[in-house]
Ligand binder design. Structure first.
Ligand SMILES: Nc1ncnc2c1ncn2[C@@H]1O[C@H](COP(=O)(O)OP(=O)(O)OP(=O)(O)O)[C@@H](O)[C@H]1O
Ligand SMILES: [Mg+2]
Length: 257
């Protein structure tokens, strides 16, 4: 049986659209009948609440897998059977995991080892990373086959990127030789802002084909749907935000061949 592909959604810069992209791409792939697991690897728990999972709805979360040897299979939550989307949820407890992992031997490989027994049950496993380059993100990059980097088209976008690329290189060198770049995704694109186009051009000059052709526009529906516990696909499939993520899923799938 072939193993599911693991994609880490990472950028240590906060608020660039990691969670929105993780949840929406997962939902768009599930809509295409792919078996998708979303792993919420951020103590903020935004991916969990974004798919309507609340603390108390579940017995185990990623924190318990990391620190109490709970198998990942026991932390799977299916928030809505119609949706064909499974999640390993997280909450604020996960913040302690980085400290608790510190003395653990091979502490960078914990998530990889956790996901490996369930990897063949899914086509895609999408990990939503926190806005840091700490141990949770390092574990995600070590477990992943590829990394997808969402970027907001704003003036300082490129600055943090150098640090991120450096971290990815060093993970590749020492922890996960096979890690590759799935692509850079431009998010919250605002056509009314001239600077946006300049930044887009700059990013494309540096990263060429690694930039997804699909661009995610700024769309108020995308910012509304998490408070309803619904992915954009359920909340408003006709919105430009949903359509952009459906397009992204198509481009993503085409690139897999
Ligand atoms: N394309 C978009 N259009 C409008 N609002 C968006 C869009 N993408 C994301 N947002 C909103 O911007 C905010 C930040 O997005 P999101 O939570 O996805 O970023 P993040 O990188 O996961 O943040 P963090 O670093 O805190 O985890 C959220 O309020 C989200 O609803
Ligand atoms: Mg987030």
């Amino acid at each position: 049986m072939s193993k599911g592909k693991i994609i880490a959604i990472a950028n240590q810069k906060g608020g660039v659209g990691k969670t929105t992209s993780a949840v929406s791409l997962a939902a768009a792939l599930a809509r295409k009948k792919k078996k998708v697991l979303l792993v919420d690897s951020d103590p903020q728990g935004n991916a969990s609440s974004g798919v309507g999972v609340r603390q108390g709805d579940y017995q185990a979360q990623l924190y318990h897998c990391y620190t109490q040897e709970v198998p990942a299979a026991d932390a799977l939550v299916v928030p809505d059977k119609k949706r064909k989307l499974t999640i390993i949820p997280s909450g604020i407890d996960l913040a302690a995991a980085e400290m608790e992992l510190f003395p653990v031997k091979q502490r960078e490989y914990v998530l990889k080892n956790l996901l490996s027994p369930i990897q063949a049950d899914f086509d895609y496993i999408i990990i939503d990373c926190p806005p840091s380059l700490g141990l949770l993100t390092i574990n995600s990059l070590t477990a992943a086959d590829s990394v997808l980097i969402p970027m907001q088209c704003e003036y300082f976008a490129m600055e943090g990127l150098a640090q991120l690329i450096k971290t990815i290189r060093s993970v590749k060198k020492s922890l996960n030789k096979a890690l590759f770049m799935e692509g850079l995704l431009l998010t919250m694109f605002d056509r009314r802002n001239r600077l946006t186009f300049q930044v887009e051009e700059e990013i494309k000059k540096h990263f060429g084909d690694q930039v997804f052709k699909t661009v995610i526009p700024r769309n108020v529906r995308l910012s509304e749907c998490p408070s309803h516990g619904q992915t954009i696909i359920e909340y408003d499939v006709k919105s430009t935000g949903a359509q952009a993520y459906i397009k992204l899923a198509n481009e993503f799938l085409r690139r897999q061949k």
